[in-house]
Design a protein around this ligand. Structure first.
Ligand SMILES: N[C@@H](CCC(=O)N[C@@H](CS)C(=O)NCC(=O)O)C(=O)O
Length: 217
C-alpha cells in the first residue's frame, strides 16, 4: 500500500474524516489503522505509530510520516493536485477558508462535537458560536455566488472535504441554514464519500460520553 492512515473513531473524529476523505478522493489505495480515541492509551498508541502529538490523523508514506490535517492535505496535494483548485487565486482563497476551519471556529467546534450518528442534539449556543456558524454560512454563500459549479470552488476539492464535518455538525445539532448555504450543506451531506464515512461510523459501537450531548426533548 502506498499510504497508511492512522485515524480515530469515524463517528466522532472530524480531523480523521478529513484525511480519510482526502485519500478516498485522491483515489489511491491505503491501509487504515483505527484507534479508539480517549480510551486511556490512545495517544501513546498514536505516538508509537509515529504521530508525534499523539493525535490523529497521521499519514505514513514510505519513510515519511505526516501529522496534522493541513500538513497531510499539503503533502497529498503534491501528488494529487486536484486537492486544491487549479487557479492560483482560487487556491489561495481555498487555503484561507480551510485555514480558518483549522485555526479558528473553536467555539463552534467545542460546543458541537462531531457525532455523525447523533440527531436533534442540544448544543450550548453562545453568541460566539452563533457568530462562527454565521461565518461558515457566509463562506458557503460567498463560494456559491462567486464560483460556477456545485462545490465550493466549482469542482469538488479539498475545501469541500475540510468543511464536510461542519455540515455534519449542523445536522446533528439542528442548525438550520438558509438559501445557497443550506443547499450546499445538503449537497455535501449527500456526497458519496461523505455518505460512505457516515455508514462506516454507524457500524461502530464505541460510545464517547463527552461527545454525546443530550437530545432535544
Ligand atoms: N490540529 C490537529 C488536530 C487533531 C485532533 O485534535 N485530533 C483529535 C481527533 S479529531 C484527537 O486525536 N483526539 C484524541 C485526543 O485528544 O486524545 C489536526 O489538524 O490534525
Amino acid at each position: 500500500m502506498p499510504y497508511t492512515l492512522i485515524i480515530g473513531n469515524k463517528n466522532y473524529s472530524s480531523w480523521s474524516m478529513r484525511a480519510w476523505l482526502l485519500l478516498k478522493f485522491a483515489g489511491t489505495p491505503f491501509e487504515e489503522i483505527s484507534i479508539n480515541l480517549y480510551s486511556g492509551d490512545s495517544q501513546s498508541k498514536v505516538k508509537a505509530l509515529g504521530g508525534q502529538t499523539g493525535l490523529v490523523p497521521v499519514l505514513k508514506s514510505g519513510d515519511t510520516t505526516v501529522w496534522d490535517t493541513l500538513a497531510i492535505t499539503e503533502f497529498l496535494y503534491e501528488s494529487f493536485p486536484k486537492i486544491w483548485p487549479a487557479s492560483s487565486q482560487a487556491r489561495a482563497r481555498a487555503r484561507s477558508f480551510c485555514g480558518e476551519v483549522h485555526s479558528s471556529l473553536s467555539h463552534l467546534r467545542d460546543a458541537m462535537p462531531m457525532n455523525t450518528r447523533g440527531r436533534h442534539r442540544q448544543a450550548p449556543i453562545t453568541p460566539d458560536v452563533t457568530n462562527e456558524v454565521q461565518r461558515v454560512s457566509d463562506i458557503w454563500t460567498y463560494c456559491a455566488e462567486n464560483y460556477d459549479g456545485p462545490w465550493m470552488f466549482g469542482e469538488f476539492c479539498g475545501a469541500d472535504i475540510i468543511f464536510a464535518p461542519l455540515a455534519s455538525r449542523f445536522l446533528t445539532y439542528d442548525v438550520t441554514l438558509t438559501g445557497v448555504a443550506y443547499e450546499y450543506q445538503q449537497k455535501l451531506l449527500a456526497h458519496p464519500l461523505v455518505v460512505e464515512w457516515f455508514e462506516l461510523g454507524l457500524k461502530e459501537t464505541a460510545c464517547i460520553e463527552k461527545f454525546e450531548l443530550p437530545g432535544i426533548k
